[in-house]
Structures are given as structure tokens and as C-alpha cells.
Design a protein around this ligand. Structure first.
Ligand SMILES: NC(=O)c1ccc[n+]([C@@H]2O[C@H](COP(=O)([O-])OP(=O)(O)OC[C@H]3O[C@@H](n4cnc5c(N)ncnc54)[C@H](OP(=O)(O)O)[C@@H]3O)[C@@H](O)[C@H]2O)c1
Length: 304
């Protein structure tokens, strides 16, 4: 489908009135055709790694990037989830392979990179998506173990997987990276006593993204950060159950402040990741992109 609905509409109007096709009409029709082809081929010849990508947002991003022509390596901690996700994507004739990788384990990251190089010959794109939320509640009550886990997975392993992929991207002449924060990371104090330690770790992901812009730009690699609001995934369900024990669905009050009055879908993040990784975002680096149905946008924009 065209990504430019207005042009598509114009095209159908022109097709109906074929007797007076002007140069302008021809140019616009050519642009529509270009748009269709362009979207199909946006990542032709590119190799992408998406971590934490056997369900939810990571999966949706991997699917979108593969649909647009990339060869994609997906991964997560559990073999059965990797197998199921690879099958689902290959059933759509997408060029996808998978391997187990706990993003916080050095040997797993090394295996992931080696596997990608062996399978597809290089690395151009990375979506570093893994994140955990092992604690909910008041900031001063987080245990040291929970704090360590938050920072080990959300911050340290994000930095390390990026640093380990960079030489391989540079070898191919450059690349693009998306890190994964959250609206809570943009505006951690707004989480009050709900989940400040998680929010702080995701603020660190924003800081990490910003400081990496310069050293990566020297290697022709762009990095940007996606900051979703509540997205309908099992992560969000677990997160909400921490605050509302016994709650199995997603309570309405959780999106009361959202102007769209609904949660986001993983695919609505996948398309943003694809944009940020693509040449359509070629002059963007160090940007923190909220995908949140407008929640607190005015407040957050003070920090962006
Ligand atoms: N959902 C939201 O509302 C929301 C909003 C903002 C940001 N986020 C971010 O999204 C990420 C969670 O994704 P999701 O919401 O799509 O949840 P999800 O559907 O539960 O998916 C999480 C994925 O991550 C994998 N995973 C978990 N820990 C991992 C690790 N240490 N290493 C590698 N893979 C790991 C899981 O598979 P295995 O169990 O097999 O490892 C699964 O594939 C986090 O970074 C979170 O901060 C989510």
C-alpha cells in the first residue's frame, strides 16, 4: 500500500479521467509507483539484528523490517519462543533466522553476532530492545539485586550489544541503531511511586543514546531511541499486575491520560523502528521518539 494516501487518492482520480493526462499527472503517478516499490525495498540487501524479538514490540519490529526487505536475525532467552517466532515469520516467506540470546550474557551476545555474520555475512541494523521490570513501587524500597538486574539488562547490556555490533557495521560502511526506552524514561518523576527504578534505568538508555551520537557518527552510524507509552504486550500485562494484583486484563484507568483512549499495538512501534533504521531518517540522530498516543506530550517535550 502507498504510504502517501493523498497521492494514492489522486492516482485513482487520474486513472478514472485518463483522457487528459498532463505532465503533472504523469509525474505524480510515477511518484506513487516509486513509493510502492520503495517501501518494499527499503531494506533490500540489509542485515538486521533485533534483540528480545520473539514477541511483542521486538517481534513486530523484526516482522516489519523483514517485510521491507531485510534479512533479520531474531532472538530471546528461550529456544521454544525463538523456534515459534522464526516459523511464524518464515511462513510469511520472510528471510529470518533465530538464535537464543539473553542480552545480558556476554557469551550469548557473541554467539548472536557470530551467527549473524555466518548466516548473512554482515550487520547493518540493530534494534536493541531487551528490557526488564523486576520491581514495582516506591524508589527507596528497591532491593540491590533488583537494581542490579534493571541496570544490567536495560542499560549495561544495551550499551554492550551496541558496542559489539559497531565494528561490523563500520566494516559495511555504516549502519543504524535504535535503542528502546519508554515514556517513563523521558519523564521518570511522573511515575511517582509506581515504578521509578525502571523509569530511571530507561532514562539512562536515553542518556546513552545521546552520548553515542558523536562516536557513532564518526563511523557513519546513526542512533536514535524509541520511547513507547503503554503498548499491548505481555510485558505491559505483567507490569500492570504488579500494581493491581489479580488484574488479568488491562484496566481502563491505565490509559485515562492517553488522548487516544487506547493502548498502542506492537505494530505501531515496529513501523517507527523501521523508519528510524531506514534512510528515510538519514538526518536524524540522538532523537528520542515517543510513541504514546499523545500522553503527557506537552510535559515531555520540555525534555526532548
Ligand atoms: N509494552 C509496553 O508498554 C512497553 C512500553 C515501553 C517500553 N517497553 C519496552 O519493551 C520491551 C519489552 O517488550 P514488550 O513490551 O514487547 O514485551 P513482551 O511481549 O513480553 O516481549 C519481550 C521479549 O523480550 C524477550 N526478552 C525478555 N528479556 C530478555 C533478555 N534479557 N534478553 C533477550 N530477550 C529478552 C522475551 O522473550 P524470552 O522470554 O524468550 O526472553 C520476548 O521476546 C522492554 O524493553 C520494555 O522496556 C514496553
Amino acid at each position: 500500500m502507498s504510504s502517501i494516501p493523498m497521492l494514492r487518492q489522486s492516482r485513482s482520480l487520474f486513472l478514472r479521467g485518463t483522457s487528459r493526462v498532463t505532465d503533472l499527472h504523469k509525474r505524480m503517478m510515477a511518484l506513487c509507483a516509486y513509493d510502492d516499490e520503495y517501501l518494499k525495498a527499503r531494506f533490500a540487501g540489509k542485515v538486521a539484528i533485533c534483540t528480545a524479538s520473539t514477541s511483542g514490540i521486538g517481534y513486530a519490529a523484526a516482522e516489519r523490517i523483514a517485510r521491507e526487505g531485510a534479512k533479520v536475525v531474531i532472538c530471546s532467552r528461550r529456544q521454544e519462543k525463538v523456534d515459534a517466532a522464526v516459523k511464524k515469520l518464515r511462513d510469511q516467506n520472510l528471510e529470518v533466522s533465530g538464535i537464543v540470546c539473553h542480552q545480558a550474557k556476554k557469551e550469548d551476545r557473541q554467539r548472536l553476532i557470530d551467527f549473524t555474520l555466518r548466516t548473512y555475512g554482515g550487520i547493518d541494523l540493530l534494534f536493541a530492545s531487551a528490557g526488564v521490570s523486576p520491581f514495582s513501587g516506591y524508589m527507596l524500597l528497591v532491593t540491590e539485586k533488583q537494581w542490579d538486574k534493571l541496570f544490567e539488562v536495560n542499560v549495561k547490556s544495551t550499551f554492550l550489544i551496541i558496542r559489539e555490533c559497531v565494528p561490523h557495521m563500520a566494516e559495511r560502511g555504516g549502519g543504524a541503531i535504535v535503542s528502546h526506552s519508554t515514556t517513563a524514561g523521558v519523564f521518570p518523576e511522573a511515575t511517582r511511586n509506581l515504578n521509578m527504578p525502571y523509569a530511571v534505568s530507561k532514562s539512562a538508555v536515553i542518556g546513552l543514546t545521546k552520548v553515542l551520537v558523536e562516536p557513532l557518527a564518526q563511523r557513519n552510524i546513526r542512533i536514535n531511541c524509541m520511547a513507547p507509552g503503554p503498548i499491548e504486550t505481555s510485558f505491559l500485562r505483567r507490569y500492570i499486575q504488579q500494581f493491581v494484583p489479580g488484574e488479568t486484563g488491562l484496566p481502563k484507568q491505565a490509559y485515562d491520560e492517553n488522548f487516544m483512549l487506547r493502548f498502542g499495538e506492537p505494530e505501531e512501534c515496529g513501523s517507527v523502528v523501521a523508519f528510524l533504521l531506514s534512510e528515510d531518517a538519514s538526518y536524524m540522530a540522538g532523537e528520542i521518539i515517543p510513541v504514546c498516543g499523545g500522553i503527557n506530550l506537552r510535559e515531555m517535550s520540555k525534555l526532548l
